[in-house]
Design a protein around this ligand. Structure first.
Ligand SMILES: [Zn+2]
Length: 244
């Protein structure tokens, strides 16, 4: 195994995470993996083909079975650009599917990104990150979901039920959460974060009250998009300190 390779972290019997990247300029979010003896289901899929291949190598390292399904938590590029590396069913909510249609129309590449930055300097951070992480634009394909739900969907991964729930929220109107039922894990991704930088207003902040509302007794782990997973006690403390 090459040096600097990131390893998957097991948080419960069937739930693993590929941790968020430590170099903030690369914007590499957490990717979740539900791994049974037959299949692997990914929650998001990396911010680029390169990131996705690193995730695949980490899955190979623990001899995980092939990726059968990818669930998009929301449409943002850093959660969806890795998809084209996998040969998998892709599930998303209706609003996300609609956003992915629009993403697929964009002529992605340095020319388009540089023009967008000239027109809107607030795109600088996000577009510089895309230029940094995508090595070969010719291999990037925007993968639209092939299974779409409106409000909620229960997906059975062998014996493990995943509860997909559209929640919206301040970060992106198409955000969903994924509960791994019986494992005490709730993937909340970015749903309670403020809007992305270029859409953010001075009054926008992390919506701790939203996270508090999403919580329930059976959940031990809250996995969010750009940090270490939080234990329920930590979430409770943060919500008390930061909420209101
Ligand atoms: Zn996002």
């Amino acid at each position: 195994m090459a040096e600097n390779e990131v390893l998957l972290r097991q948080i419960t019997e069937y739930v693993w995470i590929y941790p968020h990247g430590k170099k903030s300029e690369r914007i590499e979010p957490v990717v979740g993996a539900i791994i049974t003896s037959n299949q692997t289901v990914l929650i998001d899929c990396g911010n680029s083909p390169g990131h996705a291949r690193a995730i695949q190598r980490a899955l190979n390292e623990i001899k995980a079975p092939p990726v059968s399904t990818i669930i998009y938590t929301h449409h943002h590029w850093d959660h969806t650009f890795g998809s084209c590396v996998f040969d998998a069913e892709v599930i998303a909510c209706q609003l996300c599917a609609h956003e992915m249609e629009k993403m697929a129309e964009i002529p992605w590449g340095p020319k388009w990104l540089e023009r967008e930055m000239r027109e809107n300097p607030l795109m600088e951070r996000s577009n510089q990150a895309k230029l940094l992480v995508v090595d070969d634009w010719s291999e990037l394909q925007i993968v639209k979901p092939n299974r779409v739900f409106t409000d909620q969907l229960t997906l059975h991964v062998d014996d493990i039920p995943l509860q997909l729930q559209w929640v919206g929220g301040p970060h992106a109107s198409d955000s969903i959460t994924v509960e791994v039922v019986g494992q005490g894990v709730l993937f909340v991704a970015d749903c309670f974060y403020p809007p992305p930088f270029h859409l953010r207003k001075p009054e926008d902040s992390v919506d701790w009250n939203m996270l508090n509302r999403l919580g329930k007794e059976s959940i031990q782990w809250y996995v969010h998009g750009h940090g270490d997973p939080l234990l329920s006690d930590e979430v409770m403390q943060l919500c008390q300190q930061m909420g209101k």
